[in-house]
Design a protein around this ligand. Structure first.
Ligand code: NAG
Ligand code: NAG
Length: 662
């Protein structure tokens, strides 16, 4: 259980709300809209029972976070490239002294003296024990016991609670109150996602009305994950020639398309991270098989291995669905940046798995407690509560302790509608904070065009995912977060050479793209979006997508994602996906970083303000589309578009531009 309820038999008379506080107007702070499935309200809790209260204080300066990020990331800013340290970030966003003392004063007015109150190390939480009567007086509420119908598990909560008007702004939320974030006993394991697990009150529906299902968060990397790359079958005759890049992509094709060299001068300060989610795992033999053919000096090389939350290279199952993503990402990532090294962040154990939040916790310990911490219904909980045995991690959750590399590429993604706006905004703010520290975050934009993972769209009436023949478009997350760079996919036109313009991917996969239903258009993208709608207004209505022209568009950029040759399970196969595009784009950014670091400059950090300012550093893609949901999708046009973004990289132009920046 999330907290324990301790009944006390004492003569303690509950200290009831001090009358002096009553003159202040009370306003409802949080209210549960509906009861989570399977829970029933039972008796009122006795007033003398004890509750372990936790108050999450609001962070200061969050309203200025975007401004801080632009200050170090906008190419016209005098502070361009002057990234912050982790300590500076923590201090800038810690709750203000005013919040801290106002809340302490308010507690004291209700008889809860300062000696009873402890502050968390991260400065953002206050803890104290209170009797139910004290808590009820403080929050103008009533506490009840709730019972889970199938397990009988008890939970203590209230239906709503209120705060004085002048205190409200200092408090994010308080537990235990309306939230049902307790874990059920004997829960369903990760791959059987079931509706009857507990959802967090008030935070259970996506903006499109889709019902958020528990467990999606840590299901990434499982063999059924539709964001994994797609297999195109075995290759009998390996072709390693530039003449055949329209049917067979090998590292030299990418070098030719984007004009970057092999063996780029090493910078010892440089780093490139690729994130994989267990049970996805690379096979050492596959790396060597690939290197022997395409990069012989790397035979025997392995990525630097960072195991997070029990992350391991499982060898129990070998198949495309278990090795395809990792083999693809590492074979290309390691080859394209050689002699720079690649760090593999292997996240999650074999049983429970992990979510993006678990990874973020490991590279920034302060995120573990930020804004209420992780969501136990979506994120991996460690030690793994589900079982024991091989590959089950019983150690503590990794909070901090892992360094973030300068570029981080992730080829997994959710649908934006899979998760709640609260969950997504919390995570998106974390990308902002890592951007402030000079990290470039790349995510693949999805492989189903305007549809979601697996080709699903959203029924506009019920909010349910359908089979994709109609319905609302279903963009990907974190792609819709404005503080990451979303990477879409292109292909060499059939019969064309590597010197001719590519088109949007239309073989096996379609580049994920569209408009967010959660995030507003960021400043750096406003003019690109405005031009797009002015010149190429798409023929759809709000029944298909967020037509407000005020929401974030994706992807930002693209790179080839069709016909990649990889070594997998001892054979060569073709693969397809933005899963290929993201590590390729990340490799190119890693080379740009190498050049900047070698002349004493900073890493490029958050690149979006720069790339939208200098779209000419990309090869604009102007043909192809991203069909889905029973429509042709959007069309690639001149300038930014929601299929291929600004286009594919032109390395010489990128290098020149970033070497001129401070
Ligand atoms: C998809 O769903 C629609 C509407 O329910 C149905 O008419 C259609 O036959 C389905 N198509 C497939 C391929 O399942
Ligand atoms: C469209 O996007 C805007 C900006 O993010 C948002 O405020 C609005 O609620 C969205 N509309 C719909 C229908 O989702």
């Amino acid at each position: 259980m999330h907290f324990s309820l301790i009944a006390v038999c004492s003569l303690l008379t509950a200290a009831i709300a001090a009358p002096t506080a009553n003159s202040k107007r009370q306003v409802v702070h949080e209210r549960r809209e509906r009861m989570p499935a399977q829970w029933k309200r039972s008796a009122k809790i006795h007033g003398d029972s004890h509750l372990p209260m936790r108050i999450a204080l609001t962070q200061s300066n969050l309203d200025r976070a975007d401004e801080f990020l632009m200050d170090v990331s906008h190419p016209e800013s005098p502070n361009y490239g002057k990234h912050w340290s982790a300590k500076q970030v923590a201090e800038a966003f810690a709750p203000s002294q005013e919040s801290y003392s106002s809340v302490l004063d308010w507690l004291a007015e209700h008889g809860i003296s300062a000696e009873r109150v402890k502050q968390s190390q991260s400065l953002s939480w206050l803890h104290f024990d209170a009797t139910v009567s004290e808590a009820e007086g403080l929050l103008s509420t009533q506490y009840f016991e709730y019972t889970h119908e199938s397990t009988g598990q008890p939970h203590v909560a209230c239906e709503e609670y209120s705060l004085p008007e002048d205190i409200k702004k200092h408090i994010d939320f308080i537990t235990p109150t309306v939230h049902f974030d307790a874990k059920v006993e004997n829960p369903k394991k990760r791959r059987t996602l079931s509706e009857d697990e507990i959802t967090i009150a008030k935070r259970q529906t996506s903006t499109t009305g889709h019902n958020v299902v528990p467990g999606i968060g840590h299901s990434i990397g499982s063999p059924g994950d539709k964001s994994l790359p797609k297999s195109g079958g075995k290759i009998s005759n390996l072709i390693n020639e530039l003449e055949n890049c329209d049917v067979s992509i090998v590292p030299d094709c990418l070098r030719a398309l984007y004009e970057f060299p092999p063996n780029f001068p090493l910078s010892s300060k440089n780093s490139y991270g690729i994130v994989e989610y267990t049970p996805q795992a690379y096979l050492p033999g596959d790396l060597d098989m690939f290197f022997r053919n395409f990069s012989p000096s790397q035979v025997g090389q392995r990525p630097i291995f960072d195991s997070i939350d029990g992350g391991l290279l499982q060898t129990e199952v070998e198949s495309f669905n278990y090795n395809g993503e990792s083999d693809l990402d590492l074979e290309y990532g390691m080859t394209l940046v050689y002699p720079q090294k690649v760090t593999l962040y292997q996240v999650g154990d074999l049983l429970e798995g992990a979510s993006f939040n678990n990874f973020l916790d490991a590279i920034d310990g302060s995120y573990c407690t930020y804004d209420g911490g992780d969501d136990p219904t979506q994120d991996g909980v460690y030690p793994d509560p589900y079982g024991t045995g091989y590959g089950v991690y019983k150690g503590p959750e990794n909070c901090g302790g892992f360094a973030a590399t300068k570029v981080i590429s992730t080829s997994y993604a959710y649908n934006e509608a899979d998760l709640t706006p609260f969950y997504e905004m919390r995570q998106c703010n974390e990308y902002l904070k890592l951007g402030l520290q000079g990290v470039t975050f790349l995510y693949s934009s999805g492989d189903y065009g305007v549809a979601g993972n697996g080709g699903q769209c959203i029924d506009p009436i019920t909010g349910v995912y359908n089979n994709g023949t109609s319905g609302m478009f279903n963009p990907s997350f974190p792609g819709t977060c404005p503080y990451i760079t979303s990477v879409g996919a292109t292909q060499v036109k059939p019969g064309a050479s590597v010197t001719q313009p590519e088109e949007a991917a239309e073989s096996v996969i379609y580049s994920g793209g569209g408009f967010s239903n959660v995030f507003a258009v960021p400043d750096y993208q406003k003019s690109a979006i405005k031009t797009y709608f002015a010149q190429h207004k798409p023929p759809y209505t709000s029944a298909q997508y967020n037509t407000s022209q005020t929401s974030r568009g994706l992807p930002d950029v693209s790179a080839n994602g069709v016909n990649y040759v990889i070594a997998i399970d001892g054979e060569f196969e073709y693969v397809y996906g933005t899963s290929a595009s993201s590590p390729t784009f990340g490799s190119i950014m890693t080379l740009v970083n190498a050049a900047r670091l070698n002349v004493g400059k900073s890493s490029v950090g958050f690149i979006n303000p720069t790339i939208y300012k200098y779209p000419q550093i990309f090869n604009d893609i102007t043909s192809g589309g991203n069909q889905g949901c029973g429509t042709p999708g959007f069309t690639a046009v001149s300038g930014w578009d929601p299929v291929t973004g600004l286009g594919t990289p032109n390395f010489p132009k990128m290098l020149a531009t970033w070497l001129l920046l401070p």
